[in-house]
Design a protein around this ligand. Structure first.
Ligand code: 13P
Length: 258
Protein backbone atom coordinates (compact mmCIF):
# COMPACT_ATOMS: atom_id res chain seq x y z
CA UNK A 1 0.00 0.00 0.00
CA UNK A 2 1.48 3.33 -1.00
CA UNK A 3 1.84 5.83 1.80
CA UNK A 4 -0.70 8.63 1.68
CA UNK A 5 0.68 12.14 1.15
CA UNK A 6 0.02 13.87 4.47
CA UNK A 7 -2.03 17.03 4.76
CA UNK A 8 -1.64 19.84 7.24
CA UNK A 9 -4.69 22.11 7.38
CA UNK A 10 -4.87 25.33 9.37
CA UNK A 11 -8.27 26.17 10.81
CA UNK A 12 -7.99 29.82 11.77
CA UNK A 13 -11.50 29.84 13.26
CA UNK A 14 -12.69 33.41 13.96
CA UNK A 15 -9.19 34.88 13.86
CA UNK A 16 -7.28 37.13 11.43
CA UNK A 17 -8.52 40.01 9.35
CA UNK A 18 -7.84 39.79 5.62
CA UNK A 19 -4.76 41.99 6.10
CA UNK A 20 -3.41 39.85 8.92
CA UNK A 21 -4.18 36.71 6.96
CA UNK A 22 -2.20 37.85 3.93
CA UNK A 23 0.79 38.63 6.13
CA UNK A 24 0.59 35.16 7.72
CA UNK A 25 0.33 33.22 4.46
CA UNK A 26 3.19 35.13 2.88
CA UNK A 27 5.40 34.06 5.77
CA UNK A 28 4.16 30.45 5.57
CA UNK A 29 4.57 30.27 1.80
CA UNK A 30 8.11 31.68 1.93
CA UNK A 31 9.13 29.12 4.55
CA UNK A 32 7.38 26.06 3.12
CA UNK A 33 8.23 26.55 -0.55
CA UNK A 34 7.31 23.59 -2.72
CA UNK A 35 7.41 20.27 -0.90
CA UNK A 36 6.08 17.19 -2.70
CA UNK A 37 5.93 15.24 0.59
CA UNK A 38 3.13 17.26 2.14
CA UNK A 39 0.00 19.15 1.16
CA UNK A 40 -1.05 22.30 2.98
CA UNK A 41 -4.49 23.91 3.20
CA UNK A 42 -5.31 27.21 4.89
CA UNK A 43 -8.83 27.84 6.12
CA UNK A 44 -9.28 31.53 6.93
CA UNK A 45 -12.62 33.11 7.83
CA UNK A 46 -14.90 33.86 4.85
CA UNK A 47 -13.91 37.54 4.92
CA UNK A 48 -10.25 36.71 4.25
CA UNK A 49 -10.75 34.02 1.57
CA UNK A 50 -10.42 36.35 -1.38
CA UNK A 51 -7.30 38.17 -0.18
CA UNK A 52 -5.60 35.01 1.09
CA UNK A 53 -6.48 33.22 -2.15
CA UNK A 54 -4.80 35.97 -4.16
CA UNK A 55 -1.75 35.91 -1.89
CA UNK A 56 -1.18 32.15 -2.30
CA UNK A 57 -1.76 32.02 -6.05
CA UNK A 58 1.01 30.04 -7.72
CA UNK A 59 2.26 28.68 -4.40
CA UNK A 60 2.08 25.17 -2.96
CA UNK A 61 -0.69 26.23 -0.56
CA UNK A 62 -4.39 25.51 -1.08
CA UNK A 63 -7.43 27.39 0.16
CA UNK A 64 -10.17 25.99 2.39
CA UNK A 65 -13.31 27.39 4.00
CA UNK A 66 -14.53 26.65 7.52
CA UNK A 67 -18.17 26.04 6.68
CA UNK A 68 -20.77 26.25 3.93
CA UNK A 69 -24.55 26.02 3.56
CA UNK A 70 -26.09 23.06 1.80
CA UNK A 71 -28.45 25.07 -0.44
CA UNK A 72 -27.17 26.53 -3.70
CA UNK A 73 -28.66 30.01 -3.21
CA UNK A 74 -31.70 31.81 -1.84
CA UNK A 75 -33.07 33.41 1.30
CA UNK A 76 -30.52 32.20 3.86
CA UNK A 77 -29.27 35.40 5.43
CA UNK A 78 -25.65 35.23 6.47
CA UNK A 79 -24.91 31.93 4.75
CA UNK A 80 -22.40 30.99 2.03
CA UNK A 81 -22.90 28.39 -0.73
CA UNK A 82 -20.52 25.92 -2.35
CA UNK A 83 -20.53 27.79 -5.66
CA UNK A 84 -19.57 31.05 -3.89
CA UNK A 85 -16.58 29.23 -2.43
CA UNK A 86 -15.63 27.68 -5.77
CA UNK A 87 -15.73 31.11 -7.33
CA UNK A 88 -12.99 32.17 -4.89
CA UNK A 89 -10.87 29.13 -5.87
CA UNK A 90 -11.57 27.36 -2.60
CA UNK A 91 -10.81 23.64 -2.90
CA UNK A 92 -11.52 22.31 0.62
CA UNK A 93 -14.19 22.95 3.22
CA UNK A 94 -14.36 21.98 6.89
CA UNK A 95 -17.74 20.45 7.71
CA UNK A 96 -19.25 19.47 11.05
CA UNK A 97 -16.55 20.98 13.26
CA UNK A 98 -17.42 20.38 16.90
CA UNK A 99 -17.84 24.13 17.41
CA UNK A 100 -20.47 24.16 14.66
CA UNK A 101 -22.17 21.14 16.20
CA UNK A 102 -22.14 22.37 19.80
CA UNK A 103 -22.43 26.17 19.52
CA UNK A 104 -24.56 26.38 16.37
CA UNK A 105 -26.62 23.24 16.80
CA UNK A 106 -25.64 21.42 13.59
CA UNK A 107 -26.81 17.83 13.61
CA UNK A 108 -25.63 14.83 11.59
CA UNK A 109 -28.36 15.25 8.97
CA UNK A 110 -27.36 18.86 8.27
CA UNK A 111 -23.70 17.88 8.23
CA UNK A 112 -24.53 15.16 5.69
CA UNK A 113 -26.35 17.62 3.42
CA UNK A 114 -23.32 19.89 3.54
CA UNK A 115 -21.02 17.00 2.60
CA UNK A 116 -23.20 16.35 -0.45
CA UNK A 117 -23.26 20.06 -1.33
CA UNK A 118 -19.47 20.19 -1.16
CA UNK A 119 -18.94 17.05 -3.23
CA UNK A 120 -21.50 18.25 -5.78
CA UNK A 121 -19.40 21.36 -6.32
CA UNK A 122 -16.09 19.43 -6.40
CA UNK A 123 -15.04 20.85 -3.05
CA UNK A 124 -13.27 18.37 -0.81
CA UNK A 125 -15.12 18.08 2.51
CA UNK A 126 -13.02 17.75 5.66
CA UNK A 127 -15.62 15.99 7.79
CA UNK A 128 -14.92 16.47 11.51
CA UNK A 129 -15.89 13.84 14.05
CA UNK A 130 -15.03 13.33 17.70
CA UNK A 131 -16.35 12.56 21.12
CA UNK A 132 -16.98 14.80 24.13
CA UNK A 133 -15.08 14.17 27.37
CA UNK A 134 -18.18 12.71 29.02
CA UNK A 135 -18.64 10.35 26.08
CA UNK A 136 -15.03 9.14 26.29
CA UNK A 137 -15.38 8.62 30.02
CA UNK A 138 -18.55 6.63 29.42
CA UNK A 139 -16.71 4.44 26.88
CA UNK A 140 -18.87 5.76 24.06
CA UNK A 141 -16.06 7.06 21.83
CA UNK A 142 -16.38 4.45 19.10
CA UNK A 143 -20.17 4.59 19.10
CA UNK A 144 -20.16 8.40 18.71
CA UNK A 145 -17.49 8.33 16.01
CA UNK A 146 -19.31 5.55 14.16
CA UNK A 147 -22.55 7.54 14.15
CA UNK A 148 -20.86 10.75 12.98
CA UNK A 149 -18.91 9.01 10.21
CA UNK A 150 -21.79 6.86 8.97
CA UNK A 151 -24.42 9.62 9.08
CA UNK A 152 -22.02 12.28 7.84
CA UNK A 153 -21.16 10.19 4.77
CA UNK A 154 -24.58 8.66 4.19
CA UNK A 155 -25.32 8.34 0.48
CA UNK A 156 -21.79 9.23 -0.64
CA UNK A 157 -20.93 6.83 -3.47
CA UNK A 158 -17.61 4.97 -3.69
CA UNK A 159 -16.79 6.98 -6.83
CA UNK A 160 -16.50 10.10 -4.65
CA UNK A 161 -14.58 8.46 -1.81
CA UNK A 162 -11.24 9.86 -2.96
CA UNK A 163 -12.50 13.40 -2.44
CA UNK A 164 -13.43 12.83 1.19
CA UNK A 165 -11.15 13.76 4.09
CA UNK A 166 -11.94 12.93 7.71
CA UNK A 167 -10.66 14.80 10.75
CA UNK A 168 -10.80 13.06 14.11
CA UNK A 169 -10.98 15.79 16.72
CA UNK A 170 -11.68 14.62 20.26
CA UNK A 171 -13.63 17.58 21.61
CA UNK A 172 -11.86 17.48 24.98
CA UNK A 173 -8.52 18.03 23.20
CA UNK A 174 -9.56 21.11 21.20
CA UNK A 175 -7.93 24.29 22.44
CA UNK A 176 -7.28 22.73 25.83
CA UNK A 177 -3.62 21.76 25.50
CA UNK A 178 -4.68 18.16 26.21
CA UNK A 179 -3.80 15.88 23.31
CA UNK A 180 -4.90 12.36 22.72
CA UNK A 181 -1.86 10.11 23.08
CA UNK A 182 -0.66 8.76 19.75
CA UNK A 183 -1.98 5.32 20.72
CA UNK A 184 -5.41 6.68 21.64
CA UNK A 185 -5.67 8.63 18.40
CA UNK A 186 -4.39 5.71 16.30
CA UNK A 187 -7.02 3.42 17.78
CA UNK A 188 -9.82 5.74 16.65
CA UNK A 189 -8.21 6.42 13.26
CA UNK A 190 -7.93 2.70 12.56
CA UNK A 191 -11.57 2.30 13.56
CA UNK A 192 -12.57 5.11 11.19
CA UNK A 193 -10.65 3.48 8.35
CA UNK A 194 -12.54 0.26 9.02
CA UNK A 195 -15.84 2.15 8.76
CA UNK A 196 -14.67 3.73 5.50
CA UNK A 197 -13.76 0.28 4.16
CA UNK A 198 -17.27 -0.95 4.94
CA UNK A 199 -18.78 1.90 2.92
CA UNK A 200 -16.26 2.35 0.11
CA UNK A 201 -14.20 -0.85 0.01
CA UNK A 202 -10.73 -1.46 1.43
CA UNK A 203 -8.79 0.02 -1.49
CA UNK A 204 -10.59 3.34 -1.40
CA UNK A 205 -10.43 3.44 2.39
CA UNK A 206 -6.68 2.97 2.23
CA UNK A 207 -6.40 6.15 0.14
CA UNK A 208 -8.58 8.39 2.33
CA UNK A 209 -6.80 10.91 4.53
CA UNK A 210 -7.69 10.85 8.21
CA UNK A 211 -6.34 13.91 10.02
CA UNK A 212 -5.94 14.37 13.76
CA UNK A 213 -7.03 17.62 15.42
CA UNK A 214 -6.89 18.77 19.02
CA UNK A 215 -3.91 20.65 20.45
CA UNK A 216 -1.51 19.35 17.82
CA UNK A 217 1.69 21.33 18.34
CA UNK A 218 5.30 21.10 17.16
CA UNK A 219 6.28 19.20 20.31
CA UNK A 220 3.73 16.39 19.92
CA UNK A 221 3.31 16.24 16.13
CA UNK A 222 6.13 13.83 15.30
CA UNK A 223 4.75 11.12 17.58
CA UNK A 224 1.19 11.54 16.33
CA UNK A 225 2.21 11.61 12.66
CA UNK A 226 4.31 8.48 13.09
CA UNK A 227 1.13 6.46 13.64
CA UNK A 228 0.03 4.38 10.69
CA UNK A 229 -3.44 5.84 10.24
CA UNK A 230 -2.73 9.47 11.17
CA UNK A 231 -2.32 11.26 7.85
CA UNK A 232 -1.85 14.83 8.98
CA UNK A 233 -3.44 17.43 11.19
CA UNK A 234 -6.26 19.92 11.42
CA UNK A 235 -4.58 22.67 13.39
CA UNK A 236 -6.26 25.42 15.38
CA UNK A 237 -4.09 27.46 17.76
CA UNK A 238 -0.75 26.50 16.24
CA UNK A 239 -1.92 27.57 12.76
CA UNK A 240 -2.15 31.21 13.78
CA UNK A 241 1.60 31.81 13.78
CA UNK A 242 3.88 31.06 10.87
CA UNK A 243 6.63 29.55 13.02
CA UNK A 244 4.56 26.85 14.71
CA UNK A 245 2.52 26.08 11.59
CA UNK A 246 5.62 25.71 9.42
CA UNK A 247 7.14 23.39 12.01
CA UNK A 248 4.04 21.20 11.75
CA UNK A 249 4.28 21.16 7.96
CA UNK A 250 7.91 20.06 8.27
CA UNK A 251 6.99 17.33 10.75
CA UNK A 252 4.45 15.95 8.30
CA UNK A 253 6.95 16.10 5.44
CA UNK A 254 9.53 14.29 7.56
CA UNK A 255 6.99 11.63 8.53
CA UNK A 256 6.99 10.34 4.95
CA UNK A 257 10.51 11.29 3.91
CA UNK A 258 12.22 9.69 6.85
P1 13P B 1 -6.54 23.43 18.49
O1 13P B 1 -5.37 23.01 17.62
O2 13P B 1 -6.48 24.87 18.89
O3 13P B 1 -6.75 22.50 19.64
O4 13P B 1 -7.85 23.32 17.57
C1 13P B 1 -8.10 22.15 16.89
C2 13P B 1 -9.25 22.38 15.99
O5 13P B 1 -10.38 22.54 16.42
C3 13P B 1 -8.99 22.41 14.55
O6 13P B 1 -10.17 22.37 13.83
Amino acid sequence: MSKRTPLIAGNWKMNKTATEGVELVKAISAAVGIDPNVNVVLCPPFTALSAVGAAIEGSHLALGAQNLHDKTNGAFTGEISASMLRDLHVTHVIIGHSERRSIFGEDDAFVNRKVHAALGATLRPILCVGELLAEREANQTMEVVRRQVEKGLEGVPAAKADHVIIAYEPVWAIGTGKTATPAMAQEVHAFIRKLLAQQFGAESAARILILYGGSMKPDNADALLAEQDIDGGLIGGASLEAKSFVELVRSASKSVAG
